[in-house]
Ligand binder design. Structure first.
Ligand SMILES: [Zn+2]
Length: 271
């Protein structure tokens, strides 16, 4: 799928943009230039008009909150998020479906899967999607020591940077399990806001393809963050119906960082 030259490109990018996965704290390194990596990885796509559907990219991520479950917006922008991948067959099929519709999404990847399928991470980035940190082992972080938590986040970030050259700027706690002090530590040391969701179709319980699609469509509101899992085949099966109905209702898909930036741009008060 990727020509040899692009492998070389990404290897070079990964070396030039050494991981800056922790911005503060005991083992902090200097702040990374996420934007440079993002621009490099998307250079040939960014030049194309309409490569994504947001009016503008944020000039730099600026997250005023430690947590976002949705963003107060009056315009019909939503963020579709996919957790726990990448998966060797389901994620590429999902990427095809998103590409056909020019929809950009956010992938909260698990580090061990990132390490196993770096070529899929490169495709996610190259096609204009956002990749975010979802720990290394999909741990319940409320049960971890602080050092173990730092290692989960750092190792996952390292795998993303190694594969793509792009430093993630968002985190989602597995199972949504977190608390105020953990969220504060993660924001301070890694710069990550914790991203929860406003629509959960509970697709991991396998309620059926139609039910998953219906729940996503029924829950969508301007500024919504929708949760799904690209490791489950029935979830991917639900996507054509869900995405087409959401598009037909006038929703436009952006990444989570774009959604947050749009909220700041609109000057809406924080909830
Ligand atoms: Zn998860």
């Amino acid at each position: 799928m990727f020509p040899a030259r692009s492998h070389l490109f990404f290897a070079l990018a990964a070396v030039l943009l050494l991981p800056s996965c922790q911005v503060a704290g005991p083992s902090a390194s200097h702040q990374g230039s996420w934007r440079k990596g993002y621009d490099l990885a998307n250079a040939k796509y960014a030049a194309k008009p309409g490569w994504n559907q947001a009016p503008a990219l944020p000039s730099s991520p600026s997250y005023s909150q430690t947590t976002y479950s949705s963003v107060p917006l009056s315009q019909p922008f939503i963020a579709m998020t996919f957790d726990d991948g990448p998966h060797p067959s389901n994620t590429p099929r999902l990427l095809d479906l998103l590409k056909q519709r020019n929809i950009k999404a956010t992938f909260f990847v698990v580090g061990s899967n990132s390490k196993a399928y770096p070529q899929i991470l490169r495709r996610i980035t190259a096609e204009g999607h956002e990749i975010a940190n979802h720990t290394w082992t999909h741990a319940n972080i409320t049960t971890l020591s602080t050092d173990a938590l730092r290692k989960e986040l750092r190792d996952s970030c390292d795998a993303i940077v190694k594969a793509t050259g792009v430093t993630p700027t968002l985190f989602r706690p597995p199972y949504g399990a977190t608390n105020a002090s953990i969220k504060s530590l993660i924001k301070t040391e890694f710069g990550y806001p914790s991203i929860i969701w406003s629509v959960d179709p509970e697709d991991w319980k396998r309620p059926g393809v139609q039910v998953v699609a219906d729940r996503l469509v029924a829950g969508a509101r301007p500024g919504a963050i929708l949760l799904a899992h690209d490791i489950h085949k029935p979830t991917i099966d639900a996507m054509p119906s869900a995405l087409d109905r959401l598009l037909a209702k006038g929703f436009r898909f952006v990444t989570v960082s774009q959604l947050i930036a749009l909220g700041q741009k609109s000057g809406a008060p924080t909830p």
